[in-house]
Design a binder for this molecule. Structure first.
Ligand code: TYM
Length: 373
């Protein structure tokens, strides 16, 4: 039977069956044993408790090494093609929790080359978006002493030799099989995965020894890192470990918040008025009349407003269960729920926008090899 969903680094559509995807990609579920182990390092993040970060590659050997005193380096990134939305922020928030919990260094890659190659954007466009997106990343509070931002075209002297060694090991036939390229694909795109692999090996190159790396990211990025992991041993580097999250849904009920549907996407730069309007129009799956909703109740499983609370805006498990129950019983109506969520998002954004402004003062100190924007 054909699948009714697609998940690649460049396209996420349809009704994603996350168990099926895990099987297809060959990642390992995060089970209770691993959760208990995480809990030994610090209070579990809600994204782990709730199965939002749900699958991994080689977390156990990574933690074994950590316990022996061999610290890993965190690596994640952003393809700067537009404003940052809440979906992008989700894995970064989790990265911050890992940095704080394990006290580790991190590299953040901004792939202005990728978005130039894959989208109808100039390199100037993607480079200035990289600056804007980096402010959002910094605003989350990453330790400036432990965090370096890489911009592909600026740090090319360090990345390119590593990317070349990766590219030499990856055939066109592998790139076609993994990414679905064909004869009309530009050759920059075919090479690109080598650039996304490079930061996974950079800590080892810099340190002159094998440094373990952990990549927390959305599951859509896994195909790149399958390639990275395949070539690692042949190049004398450790395979990076991965921990991946489900995709934060859009407000229209779609499975992924995406910039292609602006009205269903909350950007970090949105005004309170814009947030109110977008949440006001959100898909809830509620009944047509108040009477019917009071009688039959709502369905939190399909409601995008509930999902926003679940993914990001209500960390208290008791409160989230109570909200689900009240919705099912018809005790709380969609209008009220939308108002509460609007308020939570606006409180979050007001603080974030403030920190985003302040990030302009520290961004220069957080660039890899001190490049200038
Ligand atoms: P990009 O810019 O598409 O996305 C940045 C990060 O956000 C995740 N993401 C989401 N997570 C949850 N819900 C969503 N709706 C959602 N939309 C996006 C992505 O999985 C990603 O983790 N090629 C990459 C940039 C990159 C990178 C990396 C990402 C370079 N190196 C290492 C992760 C790890 C990209 O275009 O990401």
């Amino acid at each position: 039977m054909p699948e009714d969903f697609t998940v690649t680094p460049w396209e996420v559509t349809g009704d994603i069956d996350y168990d099926e995807l895990q099987k297809k990609f060959g990642t390992t579920p995060i089970d209770d044993v691993l959760l208990d182990r995480f809990a030994g390092y610090g209070k579990l993040h809600p994204m782990l408790r709730r199965g939002i970060f749900y699958t991994h590659r080689d977390m156990v050997p990574l933690l074994n090494e950590y316990d022996k005193g061999n610290k890993f380096v965190l690596y994640t990134g952003r393809g700067p093609s537009g404003n940052t939305h809440l979906g992008h922020m989700m894995p970064w928030i989790f990265n911050k929790w890992i940095q704080d919990t394990f006290g580790v260094d991190m590299v953040f890659q901004m792939t202005n080359d990728e978005k130039f190659l894959f989208k109808d954007l100039t390199l100037d466009d993607t480079t200035s978006m990289a600056y804007e997106n980096a402010l959002d990343f910094i605003a989350l509070g990453f330790d400036p002493k432990k965090t370096k931002i890489i911009l592909n075209t600026k740090n090319v002297d360090k990345l390119y030799p590593i990317a070349l060694s990766v590219a030499k090991k990856v055939t066109f036939s592998t790139a076609k099989a993994v990414f679905g390229f064909d004869n009309s694909t530009n050759i920059g795109s075919i090479f690109y995965t080598a650039m996304q692999s490079a930061p996974a090996f950079l800590p080892s190159v810099d340190a002159g020894r094998q440094v373990p790396v952990l990549i927390p990211c959305g599951i859509d990025q896994d195909p790149h890192f399958r390639v990275t992991r395949d070539v690692a041993p042949g190049l004398g580097f450790p395979k990076p470990a991965l921990i991946c999250c489900k995709m934060m849904p859009g407000l229209s009920g779609e499975d992924k918040m995406s910039s292609s549907d602006e009205n269903a996407t909350i950007y970090t730069t949105d005004t309170p008025k814009a947030v109110k309007k977008k949440v006001g129009r959100a898909f809830t799956g509620g009944c047509v009349s108040v009477e019917e909703q009071r009688e039959k109740g709502g369905n939190p499983e399909v409601c995008s407003v509930f999902k926003y609370n679940y993914y990001m805006f209500e960390h208290d498990d008791e409160k989230i269960n109570e909200l689900a129950q009240k919705c099912r019983n018809g005790e709380i109506l969609c209008g009220e729920c939308k108002m509460c969520l609007t308020q939570k998002i606006n409180v979050f954004l007001e603080d974030h926008q403030d920190k985003r402004e302040k990030a302009k003062d520290v961004i220069a100190d957080m660039t890899y090899d001190n490049f200038e924007w």
